[in-house]
Design a protein around this ligand. Structure first.
Ligand code: CA
Ligand code: CA
Length: 292
């Protein structure tokens, strides 16, 4: 299996990035991922000050997918995620969503053992490894890996786990896929600005598809999650609902007003994160709605 070493990283998704690897459609390949602090935080004495922001979220790649052309959709199947045995969290006082923090920055390093993150005070939380940053090269200007957008990027969607397929727009030849910011676990909102940050490996496989659904979007066994990022949650919500409606009327062929009613009855609106330069929400539709 071809692999990209963890040193081959970018800090912005960009059409100008040189490919680190070329893969064929349906070829299985591996990305080695650094953690979001680029491995600079190893103990509870280490900090990751805001000034180091430009070195946050190294994303491994980019990967050039043969045959991907602008206007296509790239389907990225996440076949496996493996994570290291320690998770790092650096919090406070900003940027984060949960208000004032009492006394400056704090770093915690938690062991990850037997499928659980071992927190303080005796808490043990099962891991659910997920990818925080994954996306293709955007249209136009480079986008830092700290920011989400229509190209994907720092989406921090906890549904991007092993077993799902994530769909992205192809804006440049080869799509230029990159990924980083692995979390052992993260809650909706990511309210302190980080998840349980880990390094690890992704095993991926890509397909090139015609433009058939709104992107970025995550397909799991039972759900389709439509993702939208914007400055405010209000704007995110509007955009996600528009995408879901487009999906149900376009792909599923539902009547426009019936689609809205079904969205209201069985759809689920969730906040992915509120701590990145743009916020992200997902609107989740049960797949049976579109299976007609
Ligand atoms: Ca993130
Ligand atoms: Ca993170």
């Amino acid at each position: 299996m071809q692999r990209v070493a963890k040193e081959k990283v970018v800090y912005a998704l960009s059409a100008a990035n040189e490919p680190a690897l070329r893969v064929a459609e349906n070829e299985t390949f591996c990305l080695e991922l650094q953690d979001c602090y680029a491995g600079r935080v190893r103990s509870e004495q280490d900090d990751f000050p805001r000034e180091m922001g430009p070195f946050a979220n190294p994303a491994t790649g980019p990967v050039y997918v043969e045959g991907a052309r602008p206007g296509d959709v790239l389907g990225v199947s996440i076949q496996a995620i493996s994570i290291c045995d320690a998770a790092v969290m650096v919090v406070g006082p900003k940027p984060w969503a949960a208000g004032a923090y009492p006394d400056g920055r704090k770093t915690a390093v938690y062991p990850v053992k037997d499928g659980a993150v071992l927190l303080r005070e005796g808490h043990s939380v099962p891991v659910r490894p997920m990818v925080g940053v994954i996306g293709t090269a955007p249209q136009g200007e480079p986008v830092p890996t700290t920011t989400p957008g229509p190209h994907g990027g720092n989406l921090d969607c906890k549904e991007i786990v092993a077993g799902v397929t994530v769909y992205f727009p192809v804006n440049v030849d080869g799509a230029l896929l990159a990924a980083g910011d692995l979390h052992a676990l993260m809650g909706d909102g990511e309210v302190c600005g980080c998840g349980a940050e880990v390094s690890g490996e992704l095993v991926l496989q890509c397909r090139v598809l015609p433009d058939f659904l709104p992107t970025p979007c995550v397909e799991s066994e039972g759900w389709v999650h439509l993702l939208a990022s914007a400055r405010s949650l209000d704007a995110c919500e509007q955009l996600a609902l528009e995408k879901a409606h487009q999906y149900l009327t376009g792909i599923a062929g539902l009547d426009p007003s019936e689609a809205v009613r079904l969205m209201s009855l069985v759809g689920e609106l969730h906040v992915c994160q509120v701590v990145d330069p743009l916020k992200t929400v997902r609107f989740s539709i049960p797949k049976w709605l579109a299976a007609r």
